[in-house]
Design a protein around this ligand. Structure first.
Ligand SMILES: Nc1ncnc2c1ncn2[C@@H]1O[C@H](COP(=O)(O)OP(=O)(O)OP(=O)(O)O)[C@@H](O)[C@H]1O
Length: 375
C-alpha cells in the first residue's frame, strides 16, 4: 500500500485553512462553551470522557446543529456568525463527515456512492483516493456485500470526494473487531500522511489518538481543558488526571536511523547523537516513526550502569519535577532527551535516595519493549 494523494495532485486542491470557533450552546442541562483554533494541517483529536461534548461540537462544525451564539470559520471563510444570523448549510460548508457507521446509500453500488454529489473539481482525485483506500476492487459491489471495514473505507472516500476543506471523523473505528480496526487505522494513517486537508478526529481510545493525532484537544464538561500539540499535552504533569486513559506516556516523533538485522532491532534517531532501540520496524532508514513510551517503562540512574537489561541508556536532564494530588508515593519527572521530552515516574523514596533535583543530568533507562508506533 503505497498510494499517494499529495504527490501528483493539482496544486489547486491544496488547502491552507485552519478551523476557528468560538461558540456556546445549551443542550438540556448541558452547556457547551468552546473557544478553539486548530492548526491548518494534520490531525486534531478531540478527547474527553463520555458526555463531555465531543460529538455536539462536531455537529456544530458540520452544520448539523446551530450554536446559540458565536462564530465558526475555516480560514477566512465564515460558516457561522450568529451576530449577523449567518448560517451556512452543511452541504455548502466543504466539510466532509465520517460517522461511526458508514451510512452508505443501499441501492447504489460503491462507485455510485463515491460519485454521489462529487463536484467536478474532485474528479481528478477519484483514482488516487480509491487507490489510497484500497477500494478499487469494490467499485461494482452493493453496500450490503461489504465488510464493516470496507464500508467505512468507502464512506471515508465519499467524504473526501466532496472536495472538503476539513474532514471530521467521529470514532471511525468503533465497532470493528481487532484486525479490521488495525487495517482501517493503517488506511487512515496513510491518508493523514498524504492528505493535505486538516482532520478532526474524535476517539475514546488513547492508543488510537497516540498513533494518529498531531494536535490534542481535551474536552472537559463542555469546555476546552487543553489544546496543543499531542506531545506537549501528554507531557503536562498538571493534566495527568485528564489524560489518565493515556496511562501517562510520552509520544516521540523520531526517524529510523538504522536496523540491526541480527537482533531484529531498529535504532531511532532522537537528535543530539542519541538513539532509541526498539523491536524491528519494517521501515526505511530516514522514515518518520512515532513511538509511545509509558512512564512505567522509564527508570533513572545517576551514571552509566555497566550491566542492565534495559536496552536504552540515554543522556537526559531533569527539566521539571511535579507531584500528583492522588498519588503521594510517586514523583513525576519531565526529562530532556536529545531533542525530545520524556516523562518518567519514580517513587518519592527513590527520588530522595538518588538525590535527584531539577536541572540534574541523569541516565534514562528505557526498555526496548512496549512501544506503540506509527510510521
Ligand atoms: N439534543 C440534546 N438534548 C439534550 N441534551 C443533549 C443533546 N445532545 C447532547 N446532549 C447532552 O450533551 C452532553 C454531551 O453529549 P455529546 O454526545 O456531545 O458527548 P460526547 O463527548 O460525544 O460523548 P460520547 O463520547 O459518549 O459520544 C451529554 O450530556 C448529552 O446527554
Amino acid at each position: 500500500m503505497d498510494a499517494t494523494l499529495g504527490r501528483g495532485m493539482p496544486t489547486s486542491t491544496r488547502h491552507e485553512h485552519g478551523l476557528r470557533l468560538d461558540v456556546s450552546k445549551q443542550l438540556g442541562t448541558f452547556t457547551l462553551d468552546v473557544d478553539l483554533a486548530l492548526p491548518t494541517h494534520g490531525v486534531s483529536a478531540f478527547f474527553g470522557a463520555s458526555g463531555s461534548g465531543k460529538t455536539s461540537l462536531l455537529r456544530l462544525i458540520a452544520g448539523l446543529d446551530r450554536p446559540d451564539k458565536g462564530i465558526i470559520q475555516i480560514g477566512e471563510r465564515c460558516l457561522v456568525d450568529t451576530s449577523r444570523s449567518h448560517f451556512l448549510p452543511p452541504h455548502r460548508r466543504r466539510v466532509g463527515v465520517v460517522f461511526q457507521e458508514a451510512r452508505l446509500f443501499p441501492h447504489y453500488r460503491v462507485r455510485g456512492n463515491l460519485t454521489y454529489g462529487m463536484p467536478a473539481s474532485a474528479r481528478l482525485r477519484f483514482d488516487p483516493i480509491v487507490d489510497l483506500l484500497g477500494i478499487g476492487d469494490l467499485l461494482d459491489r452493493m453496500p450490503g456485500m461489504l465488510s464493516g471495514g470496507e464500508a467505512r473505507r468507502v464512506s471515508i472516500g465519499r467524504a473526501l470526494l466532496t472536495d472538503p476543506e476539513l474532514l471530521l471523523m467521529d470514532e471511525p473505528l468503533t465497532g470493528l473487531d481487532g484486525p479490521r480496526k488495525q487495517e482501517l487505522l493503517r488506511y487512515i494513517l496513510s491518508l493523514t500522511r498524504d492528505l493535505e486537508i486538516p482532520i478532526v478526529y474524535i476517539s475514546h481510545d488513547p492508543k488510537e489518538i497516540s498513533a494518529i493525532a498531531d494536535h490534542l484537544v481535551l474536552i472537559d464538561n463542555g469546555t476546552i481543558a487543553a489544546s496543543d500539540s499531542l506531545d506537549r499535552v501528554l507531557n503536562r504533569i498538571d493534566l495527568t488526571a485528564q489524560v489518565g486513559g493515556f496511562d501517562a506516556a510520552s509520544v516521540l516523533d523520531t526517524r529510523v536511523a538504522s536496523h540491526d538485522r541480527e537482533y531484529a532491532l531498529t535504532h531511532l534517531d532522537l537528535g543530539d547523537d542519541q538513539t532509541l532501540v526498539v523491536p524491528h520496524i519494517e521501515a526505511q532508514v530516514g522514515a518518520r516513526c512515532r513511538v509511545r513510551v509509558p512512564v512505567r517503562d522509564v527508570a533513572l540512574a545517576l551514571s552509566e550502569t555497566a550491566q542492565s537489561s534495559y536496552r536504552n541508556h540515554l543522556d537526559a536532564v531533569i527539566k521539571q519535577v511535579g507531584t500528583l494530588q492522588d498519588n503521594p508515593t510517586s514523583i513525576e519527572l519531565l526529562l530532556c532527551v536529545g531533542g525530545h521530552h520524556l516523562r518518567a515516574r519514580l517513587t518519592r523514596k527513590s527520588y530522595d535516595e538518588l538525590g535527584l533535583r531539577q536541572g540534574m543530568p541523569v541516565k534514562a533507562l528505557i526498555r526496548c519493549v512496549a512501544f506503540d508506533m506509527r510510521h
